[in-house]
Ligand binder design. Structure first.
Ligand SMILES: O=C(O)CCC(=O)C(=O)O
Ligand SMILES: [Fe+2]
Length: 298
């Protein structure tokens, strides 16, 4: 972790509901709640200016409380984007995606010759890791003439929407995750694939995880990375995963954002899944992203 930076501005993340509520109450910006349970717009915060500890705590509290928080018209550099990400914790270097000049900055530049890879499948970021991504911070540089929205689903609402007997059945189950969609990148590179398998051995995560700050329960399996429910027969696992991985598709759980150049969005990968609408090919859409490392789910 870039401790130095944290120490420099004396940053403190909210660690429980009391601190979260206090940070929100003293937010030095406006929060407009847009979606029910998921999605808020922050107004009156300029990320090109240094953040005070109070502003940072309120920003992180907004991300946790509303799961997805966006700010329009942010004129910042890629380096500043990385710097803001570091305030939230250690940044990941994505193992499977091409990197630009700043290794932690992931460039998603999709156009005629570079179609979308795997972002149009519902997922929470890097659950194939033992410690999956905590927050992702995505900034829009270029929009297609129409479309290119991102959708998020509130996975706490999805958990709560399940029947009581199913919730009871799931409470002690775990599932195995895998970087399955990225395997296509290694079709002709068996040795490299083996190396990646060693670096990222299949982790097992609880199917219902607990949010470390809010204590809320979250449905934590996704179409992109979840392979198998432990202890069930294969056909049982497939049938149940089919039901569970459909939940983010329920419109009542969703929040949908239409991007503009300069929009930056922070989301909490513990409590949400997302899907980038792949409706603009062959037009161009350019985004930059950093991702903050998380802890082992429990
Ligand atoms: O391009 C997007 O809107 C989201 C892509 C994505 O899955 C991500 O940045 O984690
Ligand atoms: Fe993603």
């Amino acid at each position: 972790m870039d401790v130095q930076h944290k120490v420099d501005i004396n940053i403190k993340s909210p660690t429980n509901m009391e601190e979260l509520t206090a940070a929100l109450a003293s937010a030095p910006f406006e929060i407009e709640v847009v979606g029910r349970g998921i999605g808020a717009e922050i107004r009156g915060l300029d990320l090109s200016e240094p953040l005070t500890p109070e502003a940072f705590a309120a920003l992180e509290a907004t991300v946790i409380a509303y799961k997805v928080a966006y700010i329009r018209d942010q004129d910042i550099t890629s380096a500043r984007h990385v710097e803001i990400g570091r305030m939230f914790g250690e940044l990941e270097v994505h193992p499977f995606r091409p990197q630009g000049e700043l290794p932690e900055l992931l460039v998603l530049d999709n156009h005629k010759d570079n179609p979308v890879l795997s972002t149009d499948v519902w997922h929470s970021d890097t659950t194939f890791r033992l410690r999956p991504t905590k927050y992702s911070i995505l900034r829009c540089l270029r929009t297609p003439p129409a479309g290119g929205d991102t959708l998020w689903a509130d996975m706490t609402a999805a958990y709560e929407g399940l029947s009581a007997p199913l919730k009871r059945f799931l409470c002690d189950l775990r599932a195995v995750h895998d970087f399955k969609n990225f395997r296509v990148l290694y079709r002709d590179r068996k040795d490299d694939l083996r190396k990646m398998e060693e670096l990222y051995p299949n982790p097992s995560h609880p199917i219902v995880r607990t949010h470390p700050v809010t204590g809320s329960k979250v449905l934590y399996v996704n179409s992109q990375f979840t392979l198998q429910i432990e202890g069930l027969r294969d056909e049982e696992s497939q049938a149940l995963l089919q039901v569970l991985t459909q939940q983010p598709r329920v419109p009542e759980y969703q929040f949908r954002l239409h991007w503009q150049p300069g929009t930056i969005t922070f989301w909490d990968n513990t409590s949400t899944q997302h899907y980038a609408a792949n409706d603009y090919y062959p037009e161009r859409r350019t985004m930059e992203r950093v991702a903050v490392e998380g802890d082992e789910p429990y």
